[in-house]
Write a protein that binds this ligand. Sequence first.
Ligand code: PLP
Length: 385
Amino acid sequence: MAKEGQPVIFLDHASTTPVDAMIREEIARLMALPMNASSDHVPGQQARALLEESRAETAAILAVSPGEIVFLSSATEANNLALRGIAEVWRRQGRRLRVLTSDLEHSCIRETTADLASRGLADVFAMPVTPGGRAQLPETSDGVDLLCLMAAQNETGVLQDLAGATRLRRAGGGLWLCDVTQFFGAAPVRIADLGADLVSMSSHKVYGPPGVGLLAGPGVKRLLPMITGGPQEGDLRAGTQPVALIRGFAMALRQAEDRREARNQHLRNLESVFLRRLADLGVAHEVNGGAADARLPGFLSLRIPGLDGADAVVALDGRGFAVSSGAACATGVMEASPALRAMFPGDEARAGGAVRITPGAATTVADMLALADSLAELGRRVSTK
Ligand code: PLP
């Protein structure tokens, strides 16, 4: 592990992004104020005004009405509210929710749908996954109550078939929950055009503060709450709102809109410089998900034959690089994630070889070149073993 104080080159922006300096300052200023948006005195009214201003700005960015936005703690909570909130409505009608999803979805969707199924509240059907990392939508979604199709996959950055899902939804299929957590930084999300019923996202992936996320779209009107005990967020999420964090989230969304093109260009350039260096150094490698235009800009899930993903993460950490692998510890053994296993069924070495490299706004060309050099060194070691 890199020692405390040792400079770290952070290339794991898909896991979280540092909070933008201007946003940090604004949050710190607001944190000094007493802000309970449910209070009737003047400070409470001021907090409420700031909260509703943030909601209106967010609604304009996402092309929904302010009443169709629920602020909560994270994308994980947003997806839980969506899935459990709909399943509860169905349960009260004596029905099991029929969910169409895939192994590509984030664990907060996979595990929540599995939990609903285990309690007899849902029947879960899985879409096939292509080796390129896309979920294959069916021709029709007749008989499906809820489609879970994310916008961009969080381990490979692969863009999913949003146009196909929009078509299915317009053709009268069931509700559509679209997790745009990784996607929003790279592309705009206009819910009215997308046609999704529910969209989930998180502030800490777009240079906003951690601890705040949202669920938005016309589908929020069809949910039952999972957290009760107060009237906040249209009775859908009880608990005093963290107004300063929500303000920071709205600012981050605005910045993402304004800086998107420049950020994307920067990330594309870093990706091509890095891949060129690897090629110049003669490092055999594959990018999971394939060509750059099939993925989020700069989002690389890399495989160097012979190199295990989890081992590479540890070795790179020791050299001062923070990256991640697609593996997680399952019952004491490192296992490739369901998403990578679905892309490469039966090929554990391929699935377990992924190293996820996600540069960000402050990453430099020198950072990427240094990483390529370190990977070349690791690659040489495994090839001479
Ligand atoms: N959905 C996707 C696609 C993600 O990438 C993540 C986080 O990595 C989440 C949901 C969960 O986000 P949060 O950390 O806000 O719970």
